[in-house]
Structures are given as structure tokens and as C-alpha cells.
Design a protein. Structure first.
Length: 152
């Protein structure tokens, strides 16, 4: 099971890397603005992990990285999305003084659950052991695009 601290570090590490890169920007105004935005993002991550129950970041990580759904009935897909939204909402701590009562925006689950027929086969190459590096690069790009879309 993934610990909260590991999840926090996994979220913070890319932002810290970006801050180090932003400090190399030659143009002062652009550098300061980039660092300011990244520090705000870092603060948001910290707030997310301190203000919400421990189960929220764990469930968020699992939904983003481990759960995918396919069903032939579109209504079943919509019910699954709704169920995961509810799952995350009930784990958040309400703060009446905070913006939006401290409730984080819901995630984009459009790429996580789809309506399709999984019984239809697809043609696969005869030799699966020899992989093309272009395919691996495209898979990496697809993974990054899904991550960006998830947070949209």
C-alpha cells in the first residue's frame, strides 16, 4: 500500500524540478512569474495533503493510475464516473471559510472510463517481443497526455 508521504513526494518532486529549471530563466520578470506560479502549485499540493483525510490522496492516486473501465452500455460508464466523483467528495474536509468551502474540483474521468465492446478482437503483430522505439515513445506521450487530461 502506498503511504501518504510517498504520494506527497511523488506529487511534489516534478514541481521542485520545474522550480530548479525556472531559476535558470534569464529574463527576470519571466523567471519571477514562473517561480511564483510553481510555488503556488507547490502550496496547493501541500494544502491538499494536509487539509484532506489520508484516504483522499490515496484514492486519488489509485483512480488516476490504477483504475480503468470499459462497458458496452454508456449509462454504466456514466454511473461509474459518478461513483468515483462521490468517492472523492466524501473524503474531503469542508471548510466554510475557504474558497469553494475547501472542496477540490472534480477530476476529468473521460479517459478512465469508456463505452466500448471489449469482446471484439484487434489484430496484433505476430512477433510481440520485438518492440519499436517509436511505439514506446508514443506510449510515453500518451501516458503524459492522460495525466494532463486527468487534471484538466
Amino acid at each position: 500500500m502506498i503511504k501518504k508521504q510517498q504520494q506527497r513526494e511523488r506529487k511534489i518532486k516534478p514541481v521542485l524540478d520545474d522550480i530548479r529549471l525556472a531559476k535558470r530563466i534569464n529574463y527576470d520578470a519571466a523567471r519571477e512569474e514562473a517561480i511564483k506560479q510553481l510555488e503556488e502549485q507547490l502550496q496547493k499540493i501541500e494544502t491538499d495533503f494536509t487539509s484532506n483525510e489520508m484516504d483522499y490522496p490515496r484514492k486519488l492516486f489509485l483512480i488516476e493510475n490504477c483504475i480503468y473501465g470499459v462497458d458496452i452500455q454508456p449509462v454504466a460508464v456514466q454511473i461509474s464516473k459518478l461513483r468515483f466523483f462521490i468517492l472523492l467528495i466524501v473524503e474531503q474536509t469542508v471548510n466554510d471559510d475557504a474558497l469553494n468551502r475547501g472542496i477540490l474540483p472534480l477530476l476529468n474521468l473521460e479517459t478512465k472510463f469508456i463505452a466500448a465492446n471489449t469482446l471484439m478482437g484487434i489484430e496484433r503483430p505476430a512477433q510481440l517481443l520485438l518492440r519499436d522505439s517509436r511505439i514506446e515513445e508514443k506510449e510515453k506521450q500518451l501516458k503524459e497526455a492522460r495525466h494532463q487530461f486527468f487534471k484538466a
